[in-house]
Write a protein that binds this ligand. Structure first.
Ligand SMILES: [Zn+2]
Length: 109
């Protein structure tokens, strides 16, 4: 059965459009079974093959995104440690302020 060029797979479900992110077909759209790898393995390309130039650009951009994601994770870990240090210092500072205020209040009496 077909609906506007979209078909049903062997599971009897409307196929879904997905995007391939492999090096060879980065960004290339295809139709597949809604049940994915657990389904009937229906597969049909929607887009024509990606030319070498576009494939190189897309793969380069994907590598840069991955590098930035790794840097974000590294910075999150660094700042997580810094945040814990600041929280400990803040707790210590609040304790000192409380003791000083308590001593002054005691001396004023
Ligand atoms: Zn299926």
């Amino acid at each position: 059965m077909e609906r506007g060029g979209i078909q049903k797979c062997d599971c009897g479900e409307w196929v879904v459009q997905r995007v391939a992110w492999t090096e060879l077909n980065a960004g290339r759209r295809f139709f597949g079974c809604v049940n994915g790898r657990n389904g009937c393995n229906y597969f049909r390309w929607f887009d024509p093959p990606v030319c070498d130039n576009a494939r190189g650009i897309i793969c380069g951009l994907l590598r840069r995104i991955k590098e930035h994601e790794n840097e974000i994770e590294r910075l999150k870990a660094v700042h997580k440690n810094e945040l814990q240090v600041l929280k400990r210092r803040s707790k210590w500072f609040k304790s000192v302020v409380f003791v000083v205020v308590f001593i002054f209040a005691y001396l004023m009496l």
